[in-house]
Design a protein around this ligand. Sequence first.
Ligand code: GTP
Length: 593
Amino acid sequence: TELSKIRNFSIIAHIDHGKSTLADRLIQRTGGLSEREMSAQVLDNMDIEKERGITIKAQTVRLEWKGHVLNLMDTPGHVDFAYEVSRSLAACEGALLVVDAAQGVEAQTLANVYQSIEHDHEIVPVINKIDLPAAEPEKVRKEIEDVIGLDASGAVLASAKSGIGIEEILDAIVERIPAPRGDATAPLKAMLVDSWYDPYLGVVILVRVIDGTLKKGQQVTFMQAGTQHLVDRVGCFRPKIEQLADLGPGEIGFITAQIKDVAQARVGDTLTDAKRPAAEALPGFKEVQPVVFCGLFPVDANDFEKLRESISKLRLNDASFSFEMETSAALGFGFRCGFLGLLHLEIIQERLTREYDLDLITTAPSVVYEIELTHDGGMIELHNPADMPDPNKIAMISEPWIEATIYVPDEYLGSILKLCQDRRGIQKNLTYVGGRAQVTYELPLNEVVFDFYDRLKSISRGYASFDYHQIGYREGDLVKMSILVNNEPVDALSMIVHRGTAETRGRGMCERLKDLIPRHMFKIPIQAAIGGKVIARETIAALRKDVTAKCYGGDATRKRKLLEKQKEGKKRMREYGSVSIPQEAFIAALRMG
Ligand code: GTP
């Protein structure tokens, strides 16, 4: 396709403002799919994505409109996938900003818009859901101008649901979003935007060609990986797969090259012609590395092999998480896994539970610490609190820090500042954008991995948005806190904490465990300790005998139900010496309240 006839764009929208519905409409109007095929929303094709309203894997669709080729690039919607988002945006020249005509601009949209502006995108505002009785398009138009600072005089009024404004949107894409630039005669340079595993095609690679031409049968070099592969398929999604002979400058499409492992096709890599390579790779490549680690153990030890197989399958599609075998005194065999962030962890955990039907115990998430040993013992990376060396062998511990940007409506600012302060945050900046505050904080990642995001959302009633990047390691006064249940240390609950917050943290853990562990026939002490020193303590009182006695009376069905329930309960419990700890206790105990 001629450069001047290509438009590459993404859609920015707050959750529920109608991104998927609009994407479906655009596909339908341009003839990609029949009415019947449209019955299911096509862009979000994974169950979990649907339920959580987030897109995990970028998908892209090629549309044809009035002699132009329009590539709609879907982007993942969460901070854990910030790098993937940045590459998707780098592959586009413009974006549709979809705002709900009844809800108006929401904070989360703001961060995405700024990212899009940073990529020099032409942004076309779309005011959606104008069919709603509560729609106030003029008010929203003004909000887009005042809050975001975009000219919204040309905003398209639309209803993705009723199909109003769809052609205007397509026309606006053609008229307002600039065509890509590129040099067809230069050596091939294509950006690897995304990759995933397809059971039929193997590893599929989504690319945006910058210069030159990518052809079937071509030998290409992956410049960052330093590998070569023979391209065996070139094509695009409409959204159904269509094979093409080649992709020219400005075009977005996919290739396959008999690659077995997604880890070989890293987002941000540059593809070039092996015979006539480009002088240098595209800028902005970043090696994504897991930053949050936790142990995953099967509740039933017999499920270990099943867990290994399931994790290996998931990994086929997601090279950004890592795993290796781990053994725990209390939990037996399992895996130490690394993730991009807490949400990423939750997604993997949920998929293992739901798609692979596994009952899992997740241990306390931990960041990667750098420990300098005494007596020139060198430097070690600590991925697991259980492996913490003896304190007198430690010369210095460093922890990763992040710079976080939070957008929040003024009324919630006070509580957000307090939250950051409580988490050892250092305020760097505070400005106002429209009616919203933008605060920048430096925070230890360790304080963010547990429940920072949840707290941020609940404090601000969902209005605060949060974005972060790592800024390196800093020394910290960090200690290992152990949790003892009935005087036995539970290794899966031990964590690295800052000395200054250890007591509060320890007390909170003990209090929560007291509520989470059911009563037994005997008294159970729960303690938090640093070294040999107990810093917090709770006691679970013993069960009164007559309570159980009473339960076992009654009619047969009730009894059976009770027994079944017990069996079910057993399955989800873990024995520690003589104490049973429910599976939920492990993750729930870590929420800091
Ligand atoms: P996520 O996939 O959760 O990010 O949401 P989304 O932004 O993709 O929104 P989605 O397209 O799933 O739409 C959210 C809800 O709004 C759905 O119930 C849609 O049916 C509804 N909706 C979308 N567009 C319109 C519209 O123009 N008018 C009305 N009344 N409802 C709409």
